[in-house]
Design a protein around this ligand. Structure first.
Ligand code: BJ8
Length: 427
């Protein structure tokens, strides 16, 4: 991260409209966090070198790639949620990037337009834009939002006054008529991206995009499966980082690198090599997403000697555990398959959302977890209320559970550390 701050990319950042001095501060802060959180780990898989490199160039080389793509006429679509189908954007010739919303930034400006008691993810999303420090959002030709939670919906109206915005209406139940509505929304997104890129989606382009995004998810599934071993061959922090980077890295390159990481993890499992000693306490985390660079809870848990073995969240299994069917032969069938796969994501904005509860207990058992931490960002009503059902199902399944409500600040780190240590001692 620090290399990029020196000189190379300042002209590009300026051209993108960034506040370059504030951006330097952001890079320095995130770079410092990365060194403390990641590079201080021991016995990491060698293949993590790829993600270290990606992070060292997170606002440099990758932004340059987006810039070059756009200069050749390419279009970049920025998203904030798992429901926006990357396959559609890629099939129409665009690139899709998940936008940063994982750190506190410019809250003084944010709180002039949003209530203070808004969840950190939404405040961060707005803060990066209002603070002019995110080269990803400034590289996006179109933002695609979705009607998930109320806070995001209303914040998209404000973002839409600053940048081109397309909002998809996501139904909040999963009946046949909801699927029909969702499919129509996907077709509308496809039309919008096609008119922006000037490139029509074809059976061939859609088949290729389904295949390459599935391949990315398959690579992440291999990494996830390796974490069932005791000792776990990879830290939860490193596995979380892999999923976070999946949202914005070049797709084929990322897939290749993650398959190399999975090869190494599988070898480590065969050799009994782990990041923590065999028998270290194993924790499954469930809840709201942890957008880059939110590594707070994983760091606290793993510094306490336990290992995070899975994440039932949008920066975890919800992102990679389901694939789009690859058997369709017509464009209509492919769109059906995409609509079905995406509506099957289990977000708490749906009612009922029993699929998520089933996933939590299944994952806790498959991954040999000793306990579950249910993690929610403050003021996220849907996940906070769903905690009651998660808590009951996890306890009924025989697993201890702890609930954490937090945000992106470091103020509660000491208190969380004490609570996590007490939980780990108890399990
Ligand atoms: S599919 S979890 S990425 S909406 S934490 S902004 S819900 S108040 S992020 Fe999410 Fe899509 Fe669902 Fe996943 Fe609102 Fe809650 Fe904040 Fe949230």
């Amino acid at each position: 991260m620090s290399d990029s701050t020196a000189t190379d990319y300042r002209e590009m950042w300026t051209d993108l409209g960034l506040d370059v001095n504030k951006h330097d501060c952001l890079l320095e802060a995130v770079g410092g966090m990365y060194v403390d959180t990641y590079l201080s780990q021991t016995n990491r898989p060698d293949s993590m070198g790829y993600l270290d490199f990606v992070m060292s160039e997170v606002h440099g080389l990758r932004i340059k790639e987006l810039d070059d793509f756009r200069k050749q006429g390419g279009k970049v679509v920025g998203t904030y949620c798992l429901y926006v189908p990357e396959e559609i954007v890629r099939a129409a010739g665009g690139w899709c990037i998940g936008l940063c919303a994982g750190a506190e930034w410019a809250y003084d400006k944010v709180e002039q337009v949003l209530p203070r008691n808004t969840c950190a993810l939404i405040k961060s999303m707005m803060g990066f834009k209002l603070g002019s420090v995110c080269p990803y959002i400034e590289s996006a030709d179109l933002l695609v939002g979705e009607t998930t939670c109320d806070g995001k919906k209303k914040a998209y109206e404000l973002l839409g006054q600053m940048q081109p915005m397309h909002v998809m209406e996501l139904p909040q139940m999963k009946r046949e008529r909801d699927l029909a509505l969702w499919r129509a929304e996907i077709v509308e997104l496809m039309n919008r991206v096609e008119s922006m890129t000037g490139s029509k989606v074809t059976v061939e382009s859609m088949r290729a995009s389904i295949q390459e995004v599935n391949d990315k998810r398959r690579a992440l599934q291999r990494i996830a499966a390796a974490r069932a071993a005791d000792p776990s061959p990879i830290s939860g922090k490193d596995a979380l980082l892999a999923t976070q980077v999946a949202f914005y890295d070049d797709v084929p390159r990322f897939t290749q690198s993650m398959n190399a990481l999975a090869d190494e993890l599988e070898q480590r499992v065969a050799d009994g090599v782990g990041v923590a000693p065999r028998g270290a306490k194993r924790v499954l985390i469930t809840g709201t997403p942890m957008a880059l660079p939110n590594w707070k809870l994983h760091d606290i848990i793993e510094r306490s000697g336990a290992v995070v073995v899975g994440e039932e969240m949008c920066t975890g299994s919800r992102y990679y555990d389901k694939l789009v069917s690859e058997t369709a032969t017509t464009l209509d069938e492919m769109i059906d398959d995409i609509a079905e796969k995406y509506l099957d994501v289990n977000c708490a904005c749906f009612t009922p959302n029993t699929g998520r509860i089933d996933d939590v207990t299944r994952m806790a058992s498959d991954l040999g977890a000793d306990g579950v931490i249910d993690y929610t960002l403050n003021f996220c009503g849907t996940y906070q209320i769903e905690s009651t059902s998660v808590d009951k199902a996890v306890r009924d399944g025989g697993f201890p559970v702890m609930h954490v409500d937090t945000d992106y600040s470091t103020e509660d780190v000491g208190q969380l550390q004490t609570r996590v240590e007490a939980f780990l001692e108890m399990i």
